[in-house]
Design a binder for this molecule. Sequence first.
Ligand SMILES: Cc1cc2nc3c(=O)[nH]c(=O)nc-3n(C[C@H](O)[C@H](O)[C@H](O)COP(=O)(O)OP(=O)(O)OC[C@H]3O[C@@H](n4cnc5c(N)ncnc54)[C@H](O)[C@@H]3O)c2cc1C
Ligand code: FES
Length: 262
Amino acid sequence: MSFIVDAEITHNRKVAEGCYNLTFRAPEITGSAQPGQFVHLRCGPTLDPLLRRPLGIQGVKREQELVQVLYQIVGKGTRLLTAFEPGGRVNVLGPLGRGFTLPAGARRAALIAGGLGIAPLCFLYEELAEQGIAVEVFHGVRSAGQVSAHDLIPDGRVLMASDDGSLGYHGSVVKMFEDHIGLETFDFFFATGPSPMLRALGKLAEQHNLPGQVSLEERMGCGIGACLCCNCRTKDKDEDGWRYSRVCADGPVFPVEEVVWP
Ligand SMILES: Cc1cc2nc3c(=O)[nH]c(=O)nc-3n(C[C@H](O)[C@H](O)[C@H](O)COP(=O)(O)OP(=O)(O)OC[C@H]3O[C@@H](n4cnc5c(N)ncnc54)[C@H](O)[C@@H]3O)c2cc1C
Ligand code: FES
């Protein structure tokens, strides 16, 4: 079930250049939020911008009833979010979407993230660790100085990649993960990040027959499955081989083998 709440903001602080951590109190959301789900935020007190902005849930502290998100300033909406102050209110719709599901019997999982895609994987990491599943985190950033899984998951096994070689492996996170497929055996992978990264990972998964789930990002309107503006193509045996799915309501998480990559 989803709720609309005027949540009390407890923190909104800069954690890296252009990147902020927003925490708000919302017991309605902490009660049922699952890793991979997202919240849809109103970015300011006026009707401009009219549409809410979707952000993945980075974590919940159920006892304190707190929800945490991590956001990058991209345009008007996310820039407005930076003006929110502790003690104020943010209007939140959530939790939304279908999150990650753990396949039965999985013992060793890879989490693969590009950029701020790492945020929802922090929540998943906690759940997997609680279940005793061994997790290795692969995180790609553009360069050192950006938010890294080293900071967000300090007790985890983390491998970093950077486009310019200033942090960890020099190259894409998908290539770094590919180099590890032969060395380590993963039962399953979970991935979030920009579309080109997920598309490359989808091809790799197909070549190596790797089971996994990917969290897709599409521009959203309603966030609840009504406006059909967030469509992606997924495989379907019963129709012409594929059909449209709504990222907000049927996803954002999909089994990797079901996605028809553009
Ligand atoms: C399920 C989901 C989870 C996300 N989680 C995060 C997160 O944890 N942290 C984070 O920083 N960003 C996340 N994003 C991306 C974030 O929603 C966009 O960066 C944000 O909406 C940009 O809004 P803006 O007004 O600042 O930018 P503008 O470019 O001015 O936005 C214009 C319109 O485009 C949409 N839009 C722009 N970029 C994206 C995008 N990448 N994905 C979807 N819609 C977009 C906006 O919602 C808005 O409707 C997520 C997106 C989705 C779909
Ligand atoms: S955003 Fe409206 S259907 Fe997905």
